[in-house]
Design a protein around this ligand. Structure first.
Ligand code: PEP
Ligand code: MN
Length: 363
């Protein structure tokens, strides 16, 4: 548990409230053309599921030469999307000049990106540019799992007089992660919520997953953990998107995803009645995590297989296996798991590892 406390007294509650159900913010990773923005917005509105439109105007890209956003000329397109749909608009700001333009064009909500939250100079510059303007701002978690840095970003804005704030959990960069683009750290997000209980906390499955097939399960997990909303990237032709093509989905696919989410009741009586459902959901979440872990472990096993192949080493290293087995049994007994059970589990995992390695060696 964290012991970090943040100042909460100047928080304006409920600025993002939509009748107790999770808010949905959707739109393209990047605003590309006027037609693309308008068509995306119109089709998102038609789903009846979306509460706010997002669009990236300035894009922080990993390498120069990649598409860095259309810039200020996209702001009138966002305004037009708002006019047509009646939905508020939100964009990412990373420096004072972005803030000035966003305010000039009447953008409703701003967000600070993960690459900006890591830099206190940048967050302070944004806070200073916003002094005296109580516009809502969502702060994405920094790229690295540092709760204090995330809370610090919120505090800089609070100190500049902003009261309508919130967080976005978009996952954390992790060199050993094999499945997610940015590994979700649910406990850290819960710690954010514990430190700032009055602030809405949104989940961004798109940047966590980096791929379409995982979006629904992450969105469900966020819903089960009582996040206040979701931010999901949506594009009319996802494969042709100028940025983050692999993780974007069409407005219609997004609607299906949202329709498929099981919403937990916030009604106390209902919760008591569905205690069994909740326990089953907990089990399902843990099973998902088990599968994720097993799959990550097998990916590492395959990498080891590749190493063995390159260096002409046998697959089975008896000493190493004895060591793993003994450690596993010991840890199991420390955690109230029978020797018989942990032995069967680790044997099954080991068998699968070997067959995955054989697969690599015989390729
Ligand atoms: C984005 O929302 O398009 C974006 C750049 O996200 P992040 O800051 O989470 O990487
Ligand atoms: Mn993106």
């Amino acid at each position: 548990m964290n012991t970090i406390e943040a100042t909460t007294e100047i928080v304006n509650k409920n600025w993002l409230n939509v009748d107790g159900r999770p808010v949905l913010i959707a739109g393209p990773c990047s605003v590309e053309t006027e037609e693309q923005m308008i068509e995306t917005a119109t089709r998102l509105k038609a789903t009846g599921k979306v509460d706010m439109l997002r669009g990236g105007i300035w894009k922080p890209r990993t390498r120069p030469g990649m598409f860095e956003g259309v810039g200020a000329k996209g702001l009138p397109w966002m305004q037009k999307a708002r006019e047509i749909t009646g939905l508020p608009i939100t964009i990412e700001v990373a420096k004072a000049s972005h803030v000035e333009l966003a305010l000039e064009f009447g953008v409703d909500v701003l967000w600070i990106g993960a690459r900006t939250t890591v830099n206190p100079f940048s967050v302070q510059e944004i806070a200073d540019a916003l002094r005296g303007v109580d516009i809502p701002v969502l702060v994405k978690n920094p790229i690295n799992p540092d709760l204090a840095l995330w809370l610090g970003g919120i505090e800089r804005l609070q100190k500049a007089g902003l009261t309508k704030l919130g967080g976005i959990h978009r996952g954390f960069s992790n060199a050993s992660e094999k499945i997610f683009r940015n590994r979700p750290q649910w406990q850290l997000a819960i710690d954010f919520k514990t430190a700032l209980p009055e602030l809405p906390l949104i989940n961004d499955p798109s940047h966590i997953c980096g791929r379409r097939d995982l979006l629904a399960s992450v969105a469900q997990k966020a819903t089960d953990l009582n996040f206040d909303g979701l931010m999901i990237e949506s594009h009319i032709t996802p494969d042709e998107a100028w940025s983050d093509a692999k993780q974007q989905i069409t407005p219609e696919v997004l609607a299906d995803l949202i329709n498929g989410l099981i919403l937990r009741t916030s009604n106390v009586e209902g919760i008591a009645k569905t205690q069994l459902d909740q326990l089953r959901k907990d089990i399902d979440l843990m099973d998902d995590e088990l599968i994720h872990l097993l799959s990550s472990r097998m990916k590492v096993a395959r990498e080891i297989g590749q190493y063995k192949k390159d260096n002409n080493i046998t697959i089975l290293q008896s000493n190493r296996w004895k060591e793993i087995l003994a450690k596993f049994v010991e840890k199991g007994s420390n955690n109230k798991l029978s020797e018989d059970f942990v032995t069967r589990v680790i044997n099954a995992i080991h068998d699968e590892s070997i067959s995955q390695q054989e697969d690599v060696l015989n390729k």
